[in-house]
Design a protein around this ligand. Structure first.
Ligand code: SAH
Ligand code: SF4
Ligand code: F3S
Length: 439
């Protein structure tokens, strides 16, 4: 009987990419994909960013241990890197702990596995990428491509520099080859990923240079990148937004907070004003660019005035979307030891107020799109029969009813109604003639 595996992913898109690669590695080893309830090997690809995310792993391990046929349990990802052998002490049911820079060795760890749990949290100098299969199998029309890993910024709240190590960029030639492989496997849209993707550099090739190389590949329809740091938004990258057609008019540029005092305590290396001036430059290059961001509420010492500055920057920027989080003290980070930790109830109130402010700018952004026409790339099924959901160039989710279309198609729609998190589209028949031909 063929051995089976299942990978469950927590956390960011970089983990999504790693999970796809782990799946490819295990399939090359003869494993077949299966559900989490039946797989012989279950890989939990974990996230350490906030306490809640990290703790989820342990409840999952508990559930797996209770299965009648207990699977071999692998803890991969950022909790593996941060906690290492401590995981096995706390959860003896775990068979393998493998860090985000060592997972290419997972097949060997599973093969050699004895009664003792194996722990591999090395950050080898030789790149794991060289050890991964060259052929890519793609699930959808939109694929991720990790181009850079790690972080040298050390924001005082954040574990990523510790779990993912120093900033490392992959060679541009290898990335162009992998982009080609993804397009050959059916990808129409690529999202270049990195913890600080705009710190990418390979010799003289910056992220803007890499974008130009990949944008030129035949068959690629859309190109995106994330996540960027405000400090690394170079002139060439900003210019690329005005010059490259397939580069979508959307940028995720986290600011975290609106007050300079807090930005300094967070070690963000930018001010409110320098961030806003960067957005001015972007809008000059690409006037229709949609902006999104990340925010933390309840950072140690955050006053009502600091928080008011966060609310005001949301309104000033007019985000198309944004993600907001309650500050979660993380072991080993400077902010966890700061005085003036904020009470949970205050964090709750601020989060609710911030989400209302973001909802308002997101709705205004979506309402301004109503009455316009755009292409959407269909990426999932909706709840109603015949309903599909696709992404606009500005990464808005657009619902359509178009029975002849299928996931992976790009169709032209008129945007007819708006909510804070989605829009409704009506297919434009004469611009989608391929649909009637296919039907
Ligand atoms: N490298 C990216 C993403 C980092 S993690 C960047 O710099 O933007 C994604 C988001 O999680 C961060 O932008 C931040 O808003 C949030 N985050 C990070 N650490 C956190 C913590 N300790 N508590 C709450 N949110 C946190
Ligand atoms: Fe974390 Fe800051 Fe690095 Fe982003 S830039 S990964 S928030 S330390
Ligand atoms: Fe989480 Fe690690 Fe990503 S901590 S957000 S999975 S880099």
């Amino acid at each position: 009987m063929t051995a089976t595996y299942h990978v469950k992913t927590f956390g960011c898109q970089m983990n999504v990419y790693d999970s796809e690669r782990i799946g490819e590695l295990l399939e090359a080893e003869g494993y077949a994909a299966a559900s989490i309830e039946s797989a012989d090997v279950v890989v939990l690809n974990t996230c350490h960013i906030r306490e809640k995310a990290a703790e989820k792993v342990y409840s999952d391990i508990g559930r797996l241990k209770a299965r009648t046929a207990r699977p071999r349990v692998v803890v991969a990802g950022c909790v593996a890197q941060a906690e290492g052998a401590e995981i096995v002490r706390r959860a003896p049911a775990v068979d393998v702990v493998v860090g985000p820079n060592a997972y290419h060795r997972l097949p060997a760890l599973l093969r050699d596995g004895g009664p003792q749990a194996a722990v591999d949290t090395d950050m080898p100098l030789a790149s794991k990428f060289d050890a991964l299969p060259a052929r890519r199998s793609v699930v959808g029309a939109s694929a991720f491509l990790t181009v850079q890993e790690g972080c040298d910024k050390f924001c005082t709240f954040c574990v990523v520099p510790y779990t993912r190590g120093a900033e490392v960029s992959r060679p541009a030639a290898a990335l162009v080859a992998e982009a080609r492989a993804l397009i050959a496997a059916g990808a129409k849209e690529l999202t270049l990923l990195g913890q600080n993707v705009n710190a990418y550099h390979d010799g003289d090739i910056t992220l803007a240079g890499l974008i130009r190389l990949i944008a030129a590949l035949p068959g690629l329809v859309r190109l995106r990148y994330m996540t960027s740091h405000p400090r690394d938004m170079g002139d060439d990258l900003i210019a690329a937004h005005g010059e490259i057609d397939v580069l979508m008019p959307y940028l995720h540029l986290p600011v975290q907070a609106g007050s300079d005092r807090l930005l300094k305590a967070m070690n963000r290396a930018h001010t409110r004003d320098s961030y806003l001036r960067t957005l001015d430059r972007l809008r000059a290059a690409r006037p229709d660019i949609a902006l999104s961001g990340d925010f933390i509420v309840g950072f140690p010492g955050e006053t009502d005035a600091d928080f008011a500055a966060t609310l005001s920057i949301v309104a000033e920027v007019g985000y198309a979307a944004a993600y907001s989080f309650k500050y979660s003290p993380r072991p080993g980070t400077p902010a966890a030891g700061m005085a003036d930790q904020i009470a949970e109830s205050v964090k709750d109130d601020r989060l609710a107020a911030l989400q209302a402010a973001i909802g308002a700018t997101a709705l205004a952004f979506n309402r301004a799109s109503v009455g316009t026409r755009c292409d959407i790339l269909l990426d999932r099924a909706g709840r109603r029969p015949g309903q599909l959901i696709g992404k606009s160039p500005w990464l808005q989710s657009v619902f359509v009813v178009s029975p002849a279309a299928k996931i992976g198609d790009m169709i032209t729609v008129d945007l007819i109604d708006a909510q804070p998190n989605s829009l409704e589209g009506a297919p434009v028949p004469h611009l989608n003639s391929f649909l009637s031909a296919a039907a």
